[in-house]
Design a protein around this ligand. Structure first.
Ligand code: SF4
Length: 318
């Protein structure tokens, strides 16, 4: 299952949209290319947009008296204020954002591991920090899925990012058209997916959706959304995923032959040892949905948490 509601994603413009890097180049990115038909993309290039020009000499983050500034060493220009003003006005114009894909290590866009220097001159880096645009993005949208293109080359990080991105878009759709029936269906169909991220929060969401406290709909949806986002704001652990898979298997195992059961349980052990992927396990569950016409298992978003053509086994190995 996927969603009619396309995720809204902010992307660094140099990642396949415009030759706006400091050296006048653009970087092709396979995932972003494939995402184009499945998400709504808003591009930003903070450095070009504040008028630094392309090509330009690089800017860097410099820490002075405890404050992080953005300096262009070749000119000595301090562009921090221009960047802060740009960040504030850009953020004010953004709404309903589900995720960010930012250029790694950029002093503007990098969401982690950005070099921060002790001075604008030659010298070693003082520490690692966050790009100025990325920092404001994380403050403004604390529950959005945010990654850089480098980390997304890791298979597990990419899978978790896409799961979150599309789940957050579906949540946004629920919030836009709230109803008790909609919330009940939403929770039921995200049960296994949520289990992969946080089991206790999945149960907490279940209690909110069943509305034992008799809350008004708007309060219910707001509370539900808060816990849902909180749960998805972490990496799904393998133990949780295995638990969720067993849970789904439990719904249909009675109808399986001894040979079928052995096949599934053996595959689970292989998944535990990283010898088969989550997609293989989900495919097995989907085959049971087809065989037994099991609507409840078939309704689970975990079976297809994001569009199939975004699935790609490639991995950076890092
Ligand atoms: S990393 Fe960000 S600021 Fe730098 S070129 Fe790319 S989009 Fe522009």
């Amino acid at each position: 299952m996927t969603t009619d509601c396309k995720p809204r994603v902010v992307v660094s413009r140099c990642l396949g949209f415009e030759s706006c890097r400091y050296n006048g180049q653009m970087l092709a990115d396979n995932l972003i290319e494939r995402l184009k038909s499945h998400v709504e993309i808003i591009t930003v290039c903070p450095e070009a947009d504040i008028g630094l020009g392309t090509p330009r000499t690089p800017v860097r983050l410099v820490k002075q008296q405890g404050e992080i500034m953005m300096i262009q060493p070749s000119t000595g220009e301090d562009v921090s204020q221009a960047m802060h003003a740009y960040n504030q006005s850009t953020m004010a114009g953004l709404s309903d954002i589900d995720g960010f894909i930012m250029k790694s290590r950029s002093p503007s866009c990098g969401p982690a591991g950005v070099k921060v220097y002790a001075s604008s001159g030659k010298g070693a880096t003082a520490e690692k920090g966050v790009g100025l645009f990325a920092q404001v993005a994380m403050q403004r949208f604390p529950f959005a899925a945010i990654e850089d293109e480098g980390r997304l080359k890791n298979f597990h990080l990419r899978e978790a990012f896409l799961m979150r991105l599309f789940a957050l878009a579906r949540l946004r759709q629920l919030i836009a058209e709230p109803s008790v029936a909609g919330l009940t269906t939403f929770h039921a169909s995200h049960k296994l997916l949520m289990m992969c991220f946080h089991q206790e929060m999945m149960r907490q969401c279940g209690r909110i959706a069943s509305n034992g406290d008799g809350l008004p709909l708007a309060v219910m949806v707001e509370r539900y959304a808060g816990v849902f986002r909180e749960a998805l704001n972490r990496q799904p652990g393998q133990r949780n995923i295995i638990n969720a898979l067993y849970h789904g298997y439990g719904w249909i195992s009675e109808g399986l032959s001894a040979a079928d059961k052995k096949l599934f349980l053996d595959a689970m052990e292989e998944y535990r040892d990283d010898r088969v992927t989550l997609a293989t396990m989900l495919h097995l569950l989907k085959s049971y949905v087809a065989r037994f016409a099991h609507d409840y298992l078939g309704s689970q978003h975990i079976l297809e948490p994001y569009p199939r053509d975004l699935f790609n086994l490639s991995d950076s190995g890092r």
